[in-house]
Design a protein around this ligand. Structure first.
Ligand SMILES: [Mg+2]
Length: 292
């Protein structure tokens, strides 16, 4: 499986008492119970004057839809986000693969949030100032060439070109068709990865051709670099592209949480099953603001 990240293979949960996923994956080390991980994180949160909550959108806060623009948050999520946003000590930051304009059009999130879009290639400050980060002309030309080829093959409606990335969405197609498309894209894009400075990634619902250099991990590191070292911060994500962000959350006052119905091997230290455990986590965050 050329494009499958071994970290993303599905596994049964390793411990019936919800062991911390990251610890459970390391041989020779006792798993850290999830309850303990969360308790320690929320204890820090209660004492902190600045707390940062970074959130992926699709698959994390909003269930997948075949029509991508119909992806709305789970019931109760917007209210929970709003309660957290009302406490001035909290900062909510969205880190998504979507284009910022698309995220804003469909999510129903309040204005005034910092957003990293297009896997770290777009950034909008909380005051609304937006920038698209520059990528190499050569790589950009490769993305445009790939888009044109797919259009010639009658696949334009499943293609999305955005800063630093071209995504092909196969959600909703039968398994055999997905297998066929995976093979076709692999062959079509091979040349672009060899000479074009691009890399291929598989995500939940499709495949992407990306300009290397930025991802959700670089976005999260940029956020963390502006914070005091002891400021508690969490990142919640669901798919393989979120592993880059989990990898940036290694400090004890930082928490990566995998939001997913089925457990898989991950660099995140906690695992939340949506929507119930996700809503409980967000509720706990806003309550931690009240007990000063
Ligand atoms: Mg996601």
């Amino acid at each position: 499986m050329l494009f499958t990240n071994p970290k993303a293979r599905k596994h049964e949960a390793p411990h019936v008492e919800r062991a911390g996923p990251a610890e459970a994956g390391r041989p020779g080390r006792a798993p850290e119970p999830q309850a303990q991980v969360l308790e320690a994180f929320f204890a820090r949160l209660r004492r902190a004057s600045l707390r940062v909550l970074m959130l992926d959108y699709d698959g994390t806060l909003a269930p997948f839809r075949v029509k991508r623009d119909h992806a709305r948050p789970f019931p109760g999520i917007l209210e929970a986000i709003d309660r957290i946003a009302r406490d001035e000590r909290n900062r909510i930051i969205v880190v998504t693969g979507r284009k910022i304009s698309n995220f804003q059009a469909i999510s129903g999130f309040p204005d005034g949030l910092e957003i990293w879009g297009s896997h770290g290639w777009e950034h909008q400050c909380s005051n609304g100032a937006r920038e698209v980060l520059a990528c190499e002309e050569h790589a950009l030309a490769g993305l445009i060439r790939a888009e044109a080829r797919l259009a010639r093959n009658g696949l334009a409606e499943r293609v999305e070109l955005k800063p630093g990335c071209l995504e092909f969405h196969w959600r909703g197609l039968p398994d055999e068709r997905v297998e066929e498309l995976r093979g076709t894209l692999t062959r079509e894009w091979a040349e672009l990865t060899r000479g074009g400075g691009l890399s291929i990634h598989e995500f939940d619902g499709g495949m992407s051709l990306r300009v290397p250099g930025r991802d959700k991990g670089t976005a999260v590191r940029a956020v963390l670099s502006r914070l005091p070292a002891d400021a508690p911060a969490a990142f919640l994500g669901d798919d393989e592209t979120d592993e880059d962000a989990f990898g940036a959350m290694t400090d004890p006052c930082r928490l990566g949480a995998l939001v997913r119905t089925e457990y898989r091997m991950t660099g995140a230290r906690a695992w939340l099953r949506p929507p119930g455990e996700l809503l409980k986590f967000l509720g706990r965050w806003s309550e931690a603001g009240m007990n000063r």
